[in-house]
Write a protein of this length. Structure first.
Length: 251
């Protein structure tokens, strides 16, 4: 059984980056194009899941949930179930691309504005020259384009579909189309394509190390402040709630 930590009802796997890659490999090998779901919960996910039951339920169906933020790591410590490692979205993405290059897996990138997914593809192909990114599509499409996008993905049948439409839209999109998507795994990938395209700079390593990357992102994208209002509420909840493993849906 996989070691899991539950934060306000959301299950998150207690695994290292290496183990996450192994688990992804396992999922791909047994999937047979059944679209296994991979998510990367952070504080915003957990708080959104407290008010959005549909999102909460989708997160519970994920076959792999990687710990993606310092807030998640902190809640693990408070429960005396420390996470082995934080796995930032981009680190997981790179690790999977590296493995994909070795294993010969095919990859599709869905999401990001305009030419972001194309630029992200070009940049990561420089890092992994044998990697097979078989297709991409930008992420601001109307419902009527949706069918065309799904048709293209299904024609290509990639092993991995990375979906970067922001949370919870990306997870809801995958859940809605899970039955028709002919991919082995689909992973919600947030802002990673923006980083890979060189559109947004990641924090210097030392800032990442001291757990202040969120502040760096806030300085670069001040509009994120609205989303960050949930942070103090989250801290209050995980410090003062009697049982922080439970969601409001279970009480
Ligand atoms: N995005 C998209 N379609 C949408 C909404 C968002 O493709 O309808 C993209 C957006 O351009 C960005 C990513 O989804 O590249 C979400 O990034 P965000 O910073 O919100 O993700 P986080 O890393 O915070 O989860």
């Amino acid at each position: 059984m996989q070691d899991k930590v539950k934060i306000l009802g959301v299950n998150i796997d207690n695994i290292t980056e290496e183990e996450a890659a192994e688990k992804t490999k396992e999922l791909i090998e047994k999937s047979n194009k059944s679209c296994k779901l991979i998510v990367a919960p952070n504080v915003e996910f957990i708080m959104q899941a407290q008010k959005d039951k549909e999102f909460f339920d989708i997160l519970q169906t994920a076959e792999l949930a990687t710990p993606d933020s310092v807030g998640v790591i902190l809640a693990g410590k408070l429960q005396k179930k420390p996470f082995k490692q934080r796995i930032p979205g981009q680190a997981y993405f790179r690790k999977i691309l590296e493995t994909a290059e070795k294993e010969g897996w095919t990859v599709y990138l869905l999401g990001g504005k305009g030419d972001i997914p194309q630029r992200a593809k070009q940049n990561v192909e420089k890092l992994y020259p044998k990697l097979k990114i078989v297709g991409y599509h930008e992420g601001y499409f109307e419902e009527d384009t949706e069918e065309v996008v799904i048709e293209e993905i299904n024609k290509l049948k990639p092993n991995i579909l990375f979906v970067a439409l922001g949370a919870p839209r990306q997870e809801k999109w995958i859940a809605k189309h899970r039955k028709e998507l002919k991919v082995d795994v689909a992973a919600g990938q947030g802002g990673t394509f923006d980083y890979e395209a060189g559109n947004i700079k990641r924090a210097p390593k030392w800032i990442q190390k001291i757990g202040m990357e969120w502040l760096w992102r806030l300085i670069l994208q001040p509009s994120r402040i609205k989303r960050m209002i949930v942070l103090p509420v989250y801290l209050f909840k995980i410090i003062f709630t009697k049982d922080i493993t439970k969601s409001r849906w279970e009480k």
